[in-house]
Design a binder for this molecule. Structure first.
Ligand code: HXC
Ligand code: NAP
Length: 290
C-alpha cells in the first residue's frame, strides 16, 4: 500500500454528480479526477473555458468517464445559476459541491488596494457563498440530499500575515461550513471542510512563493513529516468526505498538513534544534548517569 494510491472502493461515487469549482487546475483537477475514477459524473468550472475543456478531454481520455466543463465566475450569481442549470440539464441532478476555487497572493497588508482586498474576499468568501446558496436552495426545494465540501487552509483559524484577505475569507468559509452543518442537516445536507497544508500547484506556488522565494522558504522544511503533500492524499480524503461512507461526519474540518500548523503553534517545538549531546549534558547536570 502506498500513500499515493487511490483508497476508496471502486464505484464509491457512482451515480453522484459533483461540481468542482476551480476544477480545471491544481488541487481541484486532482480531486475531480479521482471523483471521476470512482464513478461520479463530474462538472468542472472556473473562468477559463479553454483550460477547463483541455482538462475535461484529458480526464475523459484517462478514465472513460463523462466531464462537463462550464465557464463560471463564482463572483457572478447569474453565472452560478447557469452553471447549475447546465449541470442539471446534463446529469439530471447535482449531489455534491466542492468549493475549491480561490484567489490569493502575498503582500504586506498596508500595500493592498481596496480592490485587491475585495477581489480575494469576492472570490473566496462571496463566491463560495454564491455556489453554496444556489445549491442549497435547489436541494431544499427539490427535497434532495446534498453534500458540501469546502477547501480552506489552516490559517483560517490561526490567521496569517501577508495573506490577510485570504485568511479572513477562509475563516468566513469555515464559519459558513460549521453553521450550515447544523442549520441544513434537517434537509439531509452535510457540510465539511478540508484544511490542506502545502501541496505543490502552479497556481499557489507562482503566487505565494514567486521567484527565488521558493528556494528561501522551502515549504517542506516547515512540515514535521518532512515533505509536502501528494495530490492523491488530498483526493482520498476529499472522496471520502464526498461519499456516503462519511454520512455521520458533519461540520468537521479535517487538517491534512503533516503536522505543519501545530509545529508553529507548540510553545517548545523549537527545542527540536537542541542536539542529543546537549540533552546528554542537561541530564548529566541533573545527576543522571549515562
Ligand atoms: C498586490 C495584487 C496582486 C499582488 C493582484 N493584485 N495581484 N495586489 N499583490 N500580487 C490587485 C490588483 O492590482 C487589483 O487591484 C486587484 O488585486 C485585482 O486584480 P486583477 O488582476 O484585476 O484580478 P482578477 O483578474 O480578478 O484576478 C484575481 C487574482 C489572480 C486573485 C488577482 O491572482 C487570480 O486569478 N488568481 C486565481 C488563482 C489563485 O490565486 N490561486 C492560488 C490559490 S492558493 P487594483 O487596485 O490595482 O485594481 C491558496 C493557498 C492557500 O489559496 C494556502 C497555502 C498554504
Ligand atoms: P489553483 O490551481 O490556482 O486553483 C484555483 C482555481 O480557482 C483555479 O482553477 C482558478 O481557475 C479558479 N478560480 C479563481 N478565481 C475564480 C473565480 N472568480 N471563479 C471561478 N473560479 C475561479 O490553486 P490550488 O493550489 O489548486 O488551490 C485550490 C484550493 O486549495 C484553493 O481553495 C486554495 O486556497 C486551497 N489550498 C491550496 C493549498 C496549496 O498548497 N496548494 C494549500 C491550502 C489550501 P480560473 O483562473 O480559470 O478561474
Amino acid at each position: 500500500m502506498m500513500h499515493t494510491e487511490g483508497m476508496l472502493k471502486e464505484g464509491a461515487l457512482k451515480g453522484k454528480t459533483i461540481i468542482v469549482t476551480g476544477g480545471g487546475t491544481g488541487l481541484g483537477k486532482s480531486m475531480g479526477l479521482y471523483f471521476l475514477k470512482l464513478g461520479a459524473n463530474l462538472v468542472i468550472t472556473s473562468r477559463k473555458l479553454d483550460v477547463l475543456q483541455g482538462t475535461a478531454r484529458e480526464m475523459e481520455k484517462e478514465t472513460g468517464g463523462t466531464v462537463l466543463a462550464v465557464s463560471c465566475d463564482v463572483r457572478e450569481i447569474d453565472q452560478v445559476e447557469s452553471l447549475f442549470d447546465q449541470a442539471e440539464a446534463a446529469f439530471g441532478k447535482v449531489d455534491g459541491v466542492l468549493n475549491n476555487a480561490a484567489g490569493n497572493f502575498i503582500s504586506p497588508t498596508e500595500r493592498l488596494s481596496t480592490n485587491a482586498f475585495n477581489t480575494v474576499i469576492d472570490i473566496v468568501l462571496k463566491g463560495s457563498a454564491n455556489v453554496t446558496m444556489t445549491a442549497g436552495k435547489r436541494w431544499i426545494q427539490n427535497k434532495q440530499k446534498g453534500t458540501f465540501l469546502n477547501i480552506v487552509t489552516t490559517y483560517a483559524w490561526t490567521g496569517s500575515g501577508y495573506v490577510v484577505p485570504s485568511a479572513a475569507a477562509k475563516a468566513g468559509v469555515l464559519a459558513m461550513t460549521r453553521s450550515l452543518a447544523v442549520e441544513w442537516a434537517k434537509y439531509n445536507i452535510r457540510s465539511n471542510a478540508i484544511a490542506p497544508g502545502p501541496f505543490p500547484t502552479e497556481g499557489a506556488w507562482s503566487r505565494l512563493l514567486p521567484g527565488d522565494l521558493v528556494k528561501k522558504f522551502d515549504p517542506a522544511k516547515k512540515v514535521p513529516v518532512g515533505r509536502v503533500g501528494e495530490h492523491q492524499e488530498l483526493a482520498n480524503l476529499a472522496a471520502y468526505l464526498m461519499s456516503d461512507y462519511s454520512s455521520y461526519v458533519n461540520g468537521e474540518v479535517i487538517t491534512i498538513d503533516g503536522g505543519e500548523w501545530l509545529q508553529g503553534a507548540g510553545e517548545f517545538n523549537n527545542l527540536e534544534a537542541i542536539p542529543q549531546e546537549m540533552w546528554d549534558m542537561l541530564e548529566a547536570s541533573r545527576g543522571k548517569k549515562p
